[in-house]
Design a protein around this ligand. Structure first.
Ligand SMILES: Cc1cccc(O)c1O
Ligand SMILES: [Fe+2]
Length: 293
C-alpha cells in the first residue's frame, strides 16, 4: 500500500493578503475561503487544494497525500510504522478541519509535516471558476501537481518517501546549476504524474524549492507568463523539461520560493524504466536577468 496522489499543500507565509491576490490574479486559482490569517484555494472540484497560513517561515508547512479508503489508510499506517515512522491518528475534529474522513500525520526526516488522508470533500455543486479564465488544471488521479524539496540528506529522504511512503523513482537529473554548484535531482511518482515530488540535495534557506500546477491548455501558460512578465517576476523563462517533457516557466511567489506553471507533461506508463539526464530542459528555463545584472 502506498500513497496514491498529492491532495493538498499548505504554506506558512508572512503576507497572507499578498498570497490571496497572487493566487487569484497571477495563478488564476479560485479562493475558497480567506481572511488576514489564512486562506484556501481551489483548482478543481475539490473543496480546496492549497492553503496559506500567517507565519514567519515563508515555507512549506504541510503536504497532504491521499489514499482511497479507510482500509488503505490503516494499511499505510502499518507500512509507516514498520519503517519506524511515528504516526499520529488525528482527531475527528482535525480531520473535519481538513474536510476529510480520516487523517494521519507524521514528519519527514527534515521535520516537514506529512499528512495522509482519505475522504476529501468534493464540491461538484460549486464548479471551479478561475478568476483569470484558466480553462482548468490537470488533477484527478494525478493529484494537484508536484513540489520540490531541498533535503540535506538524500538517502534519509529517499528512505522515507520511497521505502516508507511508497513512491517510485522515475529518473534522476545531474543538474549543473552554476559553474560552482551542481546537484542530483531525484524524481518520484506515486501515480501517472511523472513526478509528484522531487528531492534536491542542495543547501537551501527554505525546504520548498517550488510547487507546480499543470493547466489543461497551453494558452493558460502563456496568459500566466504574460502576467509574470508584466511585473518582472519570471524566475526561469519558458522551457521544456527533459524528463517529463513539461512546457513551463517558473515565477516568483510572495514568499521567495517559486511556482512552476506548466502544460503538456508526459505520464509514467507501465513498463517505465529509470534513466538519467544531464540537463533539466531541452530548451529554455533560463534564469531571467534582473535589472543591473
Ligand atoms: C527542475 C526540474 C527538472 C525537471 C522537471 C521539473 O518539474 C523540474 O522542476
Ligand atoms: Fe518542477
Amino acid at each position: 500500500m502506498s500513497v496514491q496522489r498529492l491532495g493538498y499543500l499548505g504554506f506558512e507565509v508572512s503576507d497572507v493578503q499578498a498570497w490571496r491576490s497572487f493566487m487569484t490574479q497571477k495563478l488564476g486559482v479560485m479562493e475558497a475561503s480567506g481572511d488576514e490569517a489564512s486562506a484556501r484555494f481551489r483548482i478543481d472540484s475539490r473543496a480546496w487544494r492549497l492553503q496559506v497560513d500567517k507565519g514567519t517561515s515563508d515555507d512549506i508547512s504541510f503536504a497532504g497525500f491521499e489514499v482511497d479508503s479507510a482500509q488503505s489508510l490503516a494499511a499505510i499506517r502499518k507500512r509507516l510504522e514498520a519503517h519506524g515512522v511515528e504516526v499520529t491518528t488525528e482527531t475527528a475534529d482535525a480531520a473535519a478541519k481538513r474536510g476529510v474522513l480520516g487523517l494521519l500525520s507524521c514528519s519527514d526526516p527534515v521535520g516537514s509535516r506529512v499528512e495522509i488522508y482519505y475522504g476529501a470533500t468534493e464540491l461538484f455543486e460549486e464548479p471551479f471558476n478561475s478568476p483569470t479564465g484558466v480553462h482548468g488544471f490537470l488533477t484527478d488521479d494525478q493529484g494537484l501537481g508536484h513540489y520540490v524539496l531541498a533535503v540535506p540528506d538524500i538517502d534519509a529522504a529517499l528512505s522515507f518517501y520511497v521505502d516508507a511512503l511508497g513512491f517510485h523513482l522515475s529518473d534522476i537529473i545531474d543538474w549543473q546549476i552554476s559553474e560552482t554548484m551542481g546537484t542530483t535531482l531525484h524524481f518520484l511518482h506515486c501515480n501517472g504524474r511523472h513526478h509528484t515530488l522531487a528531492l534536491a540535495s542542495i543547501p537551501s534557506p527554505k525546504k520548498v524549492h517550488h510547487f507546480m500546477l499543470e493547466t489543461t491548455s497551453m494558452d493558460d501558460v502563456g496568459f500566466a507568463y504574460d502576467r509574470f512578465v508584466e511585473d518582472e517576476t519570471v524566475v526561469l523563462s519558458l522551457g521544456r523539461h527533459t524528463n517529463d517533457h513539461m512546457f513551463s516557466f517558473y515565477g516568483g511567489t510572495p514568499s521567495g520560493f517559486a511556482v512552476e506553471y506548466g502544460w503538456g507533461a508526459r505520464s509514467v506508463e507501465p513498463g517505465w524504466s529509470v534513466v538519467r539526464y544531464d540537463k533539466i530542459s531541452y530548451w529554455g528555463h533560463k534564469p531571467t536577468k534582473k535589472p543591473g545584472d
